[in-house]
Design a protein around this ligand. Sequence first.
Ligand code: HEC
Ligand code: HEC
Ligand code: HEC
Ligand code: HEC
Length: 139
Amino acid sequence: MRKKVIVLSFILAVIVYGVLFTYVFAVSPAIKEESINKWLNKELSKEPKYQEKEVCSECHIEVYKKLIENYHSSLECEVCHGVGNKHAVYRTKESIRVDNSRDSCLICHKSIPGRTAIPTVGEDHHVGVKCIVCHEAHG
Ligand code: HEC
Ligand code: HEC
Ligand code: HEC
Ligand code: HEC
């Protein structure tokens, strides 16, 4: 009797696992090629929002040169300044974000468990003083 229960629950587990596996990891029968194409076309029709830093360099060559020669060379301008495509057209202060707060740096540099790829500091690192008083954002 006990053996039967074990065998039955094993079979049940295999069935449940099989069904879940098909739906989660393989293609669910509910997803049709038609709807995939519809989704793809929708995504592809969206206008790009972000620019590469080479676009920014056309008008901000000094900042660009400084950035790529220093410790922030791997960053795009927009990780700190936000979406820039409108600004590249309008060229106004209002169309771009400038955030010089401590939080804007700590978002990447605050020491949190597991963050080992970039140099980090604690929130108590010269607390109360803006980071850009001592460090340069563009390197
Ligand atoms: C076609 C030229 C042009 C391009 C391309 C351009 N900018 Fe600008 N940017 C300007 C001008 C002009 C100003 C000065 C606006 C003013 O002082 O009124 C400016 C100002 C700025 C400022 C300072 C805003 C402030 O409040 O002082 C930042 C930051 C900035 N741009 C970032 C960027 C980034 C990031 C990119 C790339 C996504 C970019 N710019 C692309 C022309 C450009
Ligand atoms: C690590 C974040 C960061 C990155 C990356 C970054 N900036 Fe900035 N940027 C700042 C901060 C913070 C300020 C404000 C500095 C201040 O108040 O002294 C600033 C100021 C500016 C200004 C106005 C004052 C100035 O220094 O001329 C311009 C223009 C600018 N950035 C353009 C750019 C461009 C172009 C890029 C990419 C090539 C870029 N920034 C990349 C954080 C960044
Ligand atoms: C999008 C993430 C990001 C943001 C935001 C950011 N940084 Fe960085 N920072 C990095 C990376 C990545 C490096 C390079 C690490 C390396 O290659 O060694 C770096 C390096 C540095 C270094 C060099 C440290 C060393 O020991 O070499 C300083 C200083 C620094 N950043 C200060 C700042 C300041 C100040 C701000 C805010 C204006 C800021 N960062 C915002 C990602 C960021
Ligand atoms: C009063 C000046 C001052 C202020 C403000 C300041 N720093 Fe620093 N920072 C330093 C000095 C000096 C060092 C090098 C000695 C050390 O490691 O303490 C340093 C080191 C660093 C390093 C490298 C740490 C490492 O292990 O290599 C990073 C990253 C950094 N600071 C980020 C920041 C950020 C982000 C802020 C704002 C939240 C900030 N700093 C505010 C002076 C300052």
